[in-house]
Design a protein around this ligand. Structure first.
Ligand SMILES: Cc1ncc(COP(=O)(O)O)c(C=O)c1O
Length: 389
């Protein structure tokens, strides 16, 4: 057998693959499993976006490599620039500051290849979405995890990053609204981030795919300072606001040098997004946005049900501010894998153990709200029936 590369061997087992395995085993034992594990919208893509795709797919001009290939079509990049202006009051030059992505996950991966040499330091919060760790490992980087704390609202405190570490770091990954903690970052946080990035010549990435899923406070873009001279880049995506996870379309926006470096990696890796999907993406960004209001209302209703259930079993928690997850505390003295296992045994409900996002997540589990109402209600009924922990 040919030995796989060291970088592949170093990868931690992908959390969601492990969860799916547990689900399969429980189902094989005849349990009616309800999974709150994976965050993938249960609602369909809005009809006007699908109609645009269907029409565009019939156009032979769309059947070839897309114009501008890895960069994204000019008309799609222009739609991104318009959307950023409208949504976040950020002014972007579509040639310098905008790149189409095959989902924000792609941006996270390619920025690691663009900037991290073997041994370079990559800073990743703990807890964090697991893909950042994998991307840094692929690049051979030295990973340093930065603990986040509930008492600071899960916001990274720049003053807590040791200066010598900040000087050595090349990338700091951030993600607000945050998966898994559901935290939002305010405007002053991004001002501080831009200043920190510039002071230490370190790239700050804000992975921003939950920008449209917030309940009370508005979300703030990392570029809202309009300081495009600072080494800050943001990845966003059509996956979550438009229920388009399967379509694979997103964007990188920000500092021109970073966009150029990402483009260079992409130029040598992929040939862009199917043109008809980009045309549908324009319709998503420019078209009616009212379904997002209904979507957020739907997630709010589901969130309230989960929070109320959690409180009823003696595990107090605040209402999440954003994203379609609930980051729920577990009984004191238990570990998250142990709790998730016990919950699956008692109720058939699958939740994600917080340790999958880093050691500092071990006193929490994450539940996804992207499941049909009747199944979520059934899951909460079963959890309530078990009573206090
Ligand atoms: C924090 C975070 N980043 C990126 C992604 C992937 O998004 P996309 O579909 O745009 O690749 C997800 C998906 O769950 C996510 O939670």
């Amino acid at each position: 057998m040919v030995k796989v590369a060291e970088r592949v061997e170093q990868l931690p087992p992908y959390l969601f693959v492990q969860i799916r395995q547990k689900e399969r085993e429980a189902r094989a034992r005849g349990i009616d499993v309800i999974s709150l594990g994976v965050g993938d919208p249960d609602q369909p893509t809005p009809g006007h976006i699908i109609d645009t795709l269907v029409d565009a797919a019939r156009d032979p001009a769309m059947h070839v490599y897309p114009p501008d290939e890895e960069r994204g079509m000019e008309i799609f990049r222009a739609a991104i620039a318009r959307w950023y202006k409208r949504r976040f009051e950020v002014t972007l030059d579509l040639d310098k500051h905008v790149l189409a992505l095959i989902g924000s996950k792609e941006g996270n991966h390619h920025i690691a290849l663009a900037y991290l040499d073997p041994g370079d330091v990559a800073l990743i919060p703990d807890p964090a979405y697991p893909a950042y760790v994998a991307s840094a490992i692929f690049a051979g980087a030295q990973l340093v995890r930065l603990p986040l704390h509930a008492e600071h609202g899960w916001l990274l405190r720049f003053q807590d990053i040791p200066t010598d570490l900040a000087k050595r770091a090349k990338i700091l990954w951030l993600n607000y609204p945050n998966n898994p903690t559901t935290a939002l970052a305010p405007q002053h946080f991004w001002k501080e981030a831009a200043e920190w990035a510039q002071a230490f010549d370190t790239i700050v990435v804000n992975d921003f795919p939950y920008s449209e899923i917030a309940f009370d406070e508005p979300t703030v873009s990392a570029l809202s300072t309009n300081r495009l001279d600072a080494p800050v880049v943001e990845f966003n995506s059509l996956s979550k606001p438009y229920n388009m996870t399967g379509w694979r379309i997103g964007m990188a926006v920000g500092n021109a040098d970073i966009i150029a470096a990402l483009r260079k990696v992409k130029e040598n890796t992929d040939s862009g997004i199917f043109g008809a999907i980009q045309r549908a993406g324009i319709e998503a960004l420019d078209g009616p946005q009212d379904h997002i209001t209904s979507l957020v209302q739907l997630y709010r209703r589901r969130r309230d049900l989960v929070v109320e259930t959690w409180r009823s079993i003696g595990l107090g928690m605040k209402h999440p501010q954003a994203t379609f997850y609930v980051w729920a505390p577990i009984p004191q003295g238990m570990h998250s894998i142990e709790f998730a296992g016990a919950l699956l045994e008692k109720t058939g409900v699958v939740v994600t153990p917080g340790i999958g996002y880093g050691n500092h997540g071990d006193h929490y589990v994450r539940m996804s709200l992207t499941i049909a109402d009747d199944r979520l209600e059934e899951a909460m009924r079963r959890i309530k029936a078990v009573g206090q922990w």
